[in-house]
Design a protein around this ligand. Structure first.
Ligand code: FUB
Length: 310
């Protein structure tokens, strides 16, 4: 399903010059509620976003499945449909729901889709990180079990380093962790490590690399709306140096996002409550540009709504 047609808008830039621009307006998915976007550029040159799905009028406990969206121009987005739901997870809790923030990784022709889901009625003590695999980034995912040896926590992020070493990051509440993954992408390799330096960490860890520097971005526990902070390190498993807030909270309590480079521009994907009037569990995914200073620090993100401001 094609979601947007080309949008041409005129906008006032920071420098006060009116100029034309092209991009999908925020939120860029409007036919359903989506949250927790994990963005990746795969080998075909398209940008793919793997969010979780919020259900109209329902809470976090009812989140049940995942869709994939993709683009090659940041304007026209395709909804590739549902790729997995709780009913397809044999070890999952009987009541279903709780299909929370996912991520996807690619190695040697296989896409690995990681999702947090509880195995029992008492969801807090039974979180697992499930894995589904496919040879396509958008369909055919088959559930393959969960990663053994982890603590019951949420929000997986799988980062592939330049040397093809994969790392799993996850955590929450207040406990950011990381560990190497074996080449099979479904077993941990070594001890789970608590990441140092992520001051104020709540959940939603995302790790990326730019110019040899590892960045960890994560929501904090600020109320009424979580902000997003970042920290920098020379090593993926830290220790990290806390740098502060770079994305203000929106009209929903949670923040969750990912940063990716596409066609020479860095973007952050995140969510807000623009389509639900701020209902906490009816969120909508957005993207905006990210810029860096010479020392690698990240500038405060300008969050746009409805129009391009770049
Ligand atoms: O979307 C459900 C949960 O809310 C996610 O797992 C958290 O990161 C928060 O966004």
């Amino acid at each position: 399903m094609k979601l947007q047609t080309v949008l041409f808008v005129f906008t006032l830039t920071a420098g006060g010059i009116l100029q034309a621009a092209e991009r999908a307006p925020n939120p860029f998915v409007t036919h359903m509620f989506t949250a927790d976007p994990s963005a990746h550029v795969w080998e075909d040159g398209r940008l793919y976003v793997y969010p979780s799905t919020d259900i109209k009028g329902r809470g976090y406990a009812k989140m049940d499945g995942y869709h994939v969206f993709s683009t090659d121009d940041m304007i026209t987005w395709t909804d590739h449909g549902e790729i997995l739901n709780a009913g397809q997870v044999p070890w999952g809790r009987e009541e279903g729901g709780f299909m929370w923030a996912p991520d996807c990784a690619y190695r040697n022709g296989t896409y690995y889709f990681y999702f947090p889901h509880p195995s029992g009625t008492d969801y807090k003590s039974t979180w697992k990180i499930g894995v589904a695999t496919s040879t396509s980034p958008t369909s055919g995912f088959k559930e393959r079990g969960y990663i053994k040896g982890l603590k019951p926590m949420i929000d997986p992020c799988v980062f592939m380093d330049d040397d093809d070493q994969a790392y799993l990051f996850y955590g929450g509440p207040n406990q950011p962790h990381g560990v190497k993954l074996k080449e099979n992408m479904m077993e941990i390799d070594g001890e789970l490590q608590k990441l140092e330096g992520l001051d104020g960490f709540k959940e939603g860890l995302w790790v990326f690399k730019r110019n040899g520097i590892y960045y960890a971005i994560y929501p904090d526990a600020t109320k009424p709306a979580n902000e997003m902070r970042y920290a920098m390190s020379k090593n993926p498993l830290g220790p990290y140096e806390h740098k502060g807030v770079f994305l203000e909270g929106s009209d929903v309590i949670t923040t969750h996002g990912s940063i990716v480079e596409y066609k020479g521009q860095w973007y952050i994907f995140y969510h807000n409550g623009a389509l639900s009037g701020g209902r906490a569990s009816n969120r909508s995914i957005c993207f905006d540009k990210v810029s860096f200073n010479d020392d690698g620090t990240i500038n405060k993100v300008v969050q746009t709504l409805g129009v391009d401001q770049h």
